[in-house]
Design a binder for this molecule. Structure first.
Ligand code: FAD
Length: 310
């Protein structure tokens, strides 16, 4: 059995595995795809102390750093069930999709999240070529350009307000007949002069020149006619889905499906910790996920020294 078993191999999981292994305890990490969302990222310019790097490069560095320690790496393994210990300090079981079962005295869950996609033509083709999901990450790439934000909930309206300070113009497109963001955000948005708000608009296509995005087409859901907006960027803000479906009914999740954690990264199940985008911790970013992963591993270690026989 492991002392610390990490589920998920993104920035949070890699940090947790390194912090645990440095305590000299038996550490394992099982991940469906080592590297996580970082693998899908092009430029990373907000990883503090590194001015610029690229996702695949960082993913390789994450794995190399973990391999530097005595960590049992199980890549391409999907966890599908967690069974809490039957007694305090007992073994926690994680069942994998391949039928294997892993046992550990503590578990750190860092299975991350995924952005909900529009599923319209052009979205995949121009991903990272104008189609973006993270305004904190990619906003500055569109300095002085025209962009659209898809989604009028809190994250969409926050993104639009944020982007108005960087880009020349923002078109916010909401599917519903009204924005769903908090009033205070909507008031702020409407006070800005470089924003156009479209409600009852359904994005139907992202258009590009083969290299990058040049326009977006949306359908007016009331009139039925289509409109074309010339622009350079599209920020999709229709939801971030935590990869926590496999934990429903096992530990406490927020209404959005995020794992509820306290300041120590503890979940509702003793000995089970969580970190990164899959948790309720706000602002989904690499530096934050790494800090949270480190914290969860230290908490797991603390749990071990308190529950082990003297
Ligand atoms: P993830 O990176 O999502 O990793 C989750 C891990 O868990 C993966 O290994 C996955 O395969 C695994 N997993 C999932 N389910 C299971 C399961 N059931 N069993 C086993 N393993 C599982 N952040 C920045 O700070 N700067 C940026 O410039 C930036 N740009 C981004 C660009 C894009 C296109 C995207 C999508 C995100 C970007 N982010 C950026 C956000 C950043 O990537 C995330 O905040 C960060 O990767 C979260 O780390 P994590 O370890 O919590 O989760």
């Amino acid at each position: 059995a492991f002392d610390v078993l990490v589920i998920g191999g993104g920035p949070a999981g890699a940090a947790a595995a390194i912090y645990a292994a440095r305590k000299g305890i038996r550490t394992g990490i099982a991940a469906e795809r080592f590297g996580g969302q970082v693998l899908d990222t092009m430029a990373i310019e907000n990883f503090i102390s590194v001015e610029h790097t690229e996702g695949p490069k960082m993913a390789t560095a994450l794995e190399q750093h973990v391999r530097h320690y005595d960590v049992d790496i199980m890549n391409l393994q999907r966890a599908q069930k967690l069974i809490p210990a039957s007694e305090p300090g007992g073994l926690i079981e994680v069942q994998l999709a391949n039928g294997a079962s892993l046992k550990s005295r503590s578990v750190v869950i860092s299975t991350g999240a995924r952005w909900r996609q529009m599923n319209v033509p052009g979205e995949d083709q121009f991903r990272n070529k104008g189609v973006a999901y993270c305004p904190h990450c990619d906003g500055p790439l569109f300095k002085g350009k025209r962009v659209a934000v898809i989604g009028g909930g809190n994250s969409g309206v926050e993104a639009a307000i944020d982007l108005t300070g960087i880009v020349s113009h923002v078109t916010l497109i909401e599917f519903d007949s009204q924005l769903r963001a908090d009033d205070v955000l909507q008031r702020k948005l409407r006070s800005l002069d470089n924003v156009t708000v479209v409600t009852s608009g359904q994005t139907t296509e992202v258009i590009g020149d083969g290299q990058k995005v040049t326009a977006l087409v949306y359908r007016d859901r009331i009139g039925g006619d289509s409109h074309r907006v010339e622009l350079e960027g599209v920020f999709v803000q229709i939801g971030l889905l935590p990869n926590s479906e496999w934990l429903k009914g096992t530990l406490a999740l927020s209404p959005r499906g995020e794992i509820e954690v306290d300041h120590y990264g503890r979940t509702s199940v003793p000995g089970v910790f969580a970190a990164g985008d899959v948790t309720t911790v706000p602002y989904k970013q690499i530096v934050i996920a790494m800090g949270e992963g480190s914290k969860a591993a230290l908490s797991a270690f603390d749990h071990l020294i308190r529950t082990s026989a003297p």
